[in-house]
Design a protein around this ligand. Sequence first.
Ligand code: LER
Ligand code: MN
Length: 270
Amino acid sequence: MKSCITISLVPSLKGGPWILWDNIETSLRTAAELGFEGVELFTAGSTLEGSQPLDKLLLEYNLSLGAVGTGAGKVLHGLTLTDADPSIREKALEFIKDIIRFGAENKAPSILGSMQGFFTKDMPRETATNFLRESLEKLGDYSSSMGTLLIYEPLNRYETNLFNQFGEACDFVKSLDTDGVKVLADLFHMNIEETDIASTIKDHANILGHVHFADSNRRAVGFGHTNMEPISQCLRQIKYKGYISAEAFAWPDPLTAAQQTINSYRKFFS
Ligand code: LER
Ligand code: MN
């Protein structure tokens, strides 16, 4: 397993569940100094303006890119893969492809979370799910062609109504033809939706692609009441080799949350 911390490069979303908020270079330096192995980026799009090339920076700080998020497509541009308007669905697909390309240049998968959207009265569940299926097939194959993966993320009931439970999302992804998609276990969403986080992860171990590491209240692990011991035992048992990536609030401040995260990572995973 590899320790990882989120960096948001979108200052207008301050208050969202990302730990480091400085510019890319300062955030990478902080991550490296604290001993993280990787970083997960939340960006406005597929370019990092005004910075040195990302590959150079990662090399300089001896960090890998754990994943890139696509959520800005929804929160900044209102794009989802299940919108009733076909031109919005198409734009959503292109936005995600750009991020997949950007991630692949640095050997990282991309995450599809909030851009999956919602079903509604005018967009019945079956239609929305079919749109999601078609998009995942395309984006999974596209990711494979770039030598990377797409990570599909089930979210809690307040953020989507498509797939809230990890097991349902895994069954859906296993039913796809593409083998370019894996599933993300976000411990905050799972704390809301699951009966037993560890056993559901264990049941679907072969399709687990990424972990978002947060406590019950979405603060850094140790600042809430999730029982992390069985989860860490399960991840060790299934020999999970991916990132344990802290996607949590910068509470009480980014540095304290980052330090708490690496302490918890060391306590539970090394
Ligand atoms: C949103 O709550 C979330 O967990 C993100 O990882 C999805 O984009
Ligand atoms: Mn997440």
